[in-house]
Design a protein. Structure first.
Length: 389
């Protein structure tokens, strides 16, 4: 009995100590739980601020990097521009030295000096130029709307070409620059008494010096320039492309033309330095200075045939046929006359000159098959005579 009481007392003692400990543990656990939840809440509340700070820092660094990159690129561009300007100065200096080296001897003839300054090489490519002349710039309101359309068509059909509209002032400056070592040419150009004479002379002068295509402002292109050369003819074999102005069908051709078959000058394609162009320049120079010496510069300026024989298609035709029949220059053995090109309907290569049918650079508006194969319609000519003063 006594033993049972002792055991009961021990159990009560354990319970007496255990319950307070259990309660204390619960209070401690609750305290820890509350503490952790408050810390977590604090962390969660502070997280956006920390993220914003991190993002702001990242943006700041990114802006700094972009700033460094932009300054670097500006420096690269500046150095490239400086290099381009330096190379351009060196190029101009080299061109000047080359011009001085090519300056012919003072005792050379006019033709020798022209050949020395503007050399000819048939194997070269045709330069990608289209030259046109007009009193004003192409954007000038005084230009006829049709002429503006034609002028724009040359550029649109030949996007890879340099297309230049040269006004009177620019033409004069170019002549003085390109022929600085041949003062007779400059003098002849300066004393020509009318716009048509200067325009005619300029077309030969620019083709001799730079080559490419010359086209009167009243010509309308039908096909791109590269289409003018037949597929079976290597471009390296051609030095010049010309068309026919008139192929007389009646006996009264002398009333309007110098020659029975006359080559046109409203469209010409040539490589720089071509002997025909060189000879035309020489002849016009000599004829002009001769007329000046004789006091005949202002005679018959309204006479179309006078213009033809001085700077126009008559003088041009004579030089072309002279070239054909000069074996040393053309390499052609047989005699070439107008009959060689009478009524031709397809391009014909004679020596290094490709002669096109009459309708190629004077394409008719009619679609009549008898008017010629329209595959060879390369340009039309309005003949507006806008040059007349």
């Amino acid at each position: 009995m006594m033993a049972r009481r002792i055991k009961a007392n021990h159990w009560k003692r354990y319970v007496f100590f255990a319950i307070p400990l259990l309660i204390a543990g619960l209070f401690l656990l609750r305290f820890v739980s509350l503490s952790n939840s408050k810390d977590l809440q604090t962390v969660l509340q502070s997280l956006p601020t920390e993220l914003r700070s991190t993002l702001d820092l990242s943006r700041t660094k990114e802006d700094e990097m972009m700033g460094h990159f932009e300054r670097f690129m500006e420096e690269v561009v500046r150095k490239q521009e400086d290099q381009i300007r330096r190379l351009d100065r060196e190029r101009k200096a080299l061109e000047k030295k080359l011009q001085e080296l090519k300056r012919p001897a003072s005792h050379s003839t006019l033709r020798e000096r022209l050949a020395a300054v503007h050399e000819y090489g048939t194997t070269k490519k045709f330069p990608a130029y289209v030259w046109q002349t007009w009193m004003y710039s192409g954007a000038d309101s005084r230009m006829d709307s049709r002429l503006r359309d034609y002028e724009q068509a040359w550029g649109k059909k030949n996007p890879g070409f340099v297309h230049e509209i040269v006004n009177d002032d620019t033409a004069k400056a170019l002549v003085h620059y390109l022929y600085a070592s041949i003062p007779e040419v400059i003098e002849a150009y300066n004393v020509l008494p009318s716009k048509i004479l200067r325009a005619d002379f300029f077309k030969y002068l620019i083709l001799l010096a730079r080559g490419g295509v010359y086209a009167d402002i009243d010509t309308n292109p039908h096909q791109p320039v590269p289409n003018w050369i037949p597929e079976n003819v290597p471009p390296t074999k051609i030095g010049m492309i010309i068309g026919i102005e008139n192929d007389a069908k009646t006996r009264d051709w002398r009333s309007n033309y110098i020659r029975r078959l006359q080559f046109a000058t409203w469209v010409i394609q040539a490589k720089p330095g071509h002997p025909v162009i060189r000879e035309v320049v020489a002849k016009i120079t000599e004829e002009t200075l001769k007329r000046k010496a004789n006091g005949e510069l202002n005679s018959n300026l309204r006479d179309d045939k006078n213009i033809m024989s001085w700077t126009g298609s008559g003088a041009w035709t004579d030089v072309v046929f002279t070239y054909f029949n000069d074996y040393v220059q053309s390499g052609i053995l047989q005699k070439i006359t107008w009959k060689e090109f009478h009524k031709i309907t397809r391009p014909k290569l004679v020596g290094d000159i490709l002669v096109l049918p009459q309708f190629s650079f004077n394409a008719p508006a009619s679609q009549d098959p008898s008017a010629g194969d329209k595959n060879f319609y390369y340009a039309s000519h309005e003949g507006m005579k806008s040059w007349k003063e």
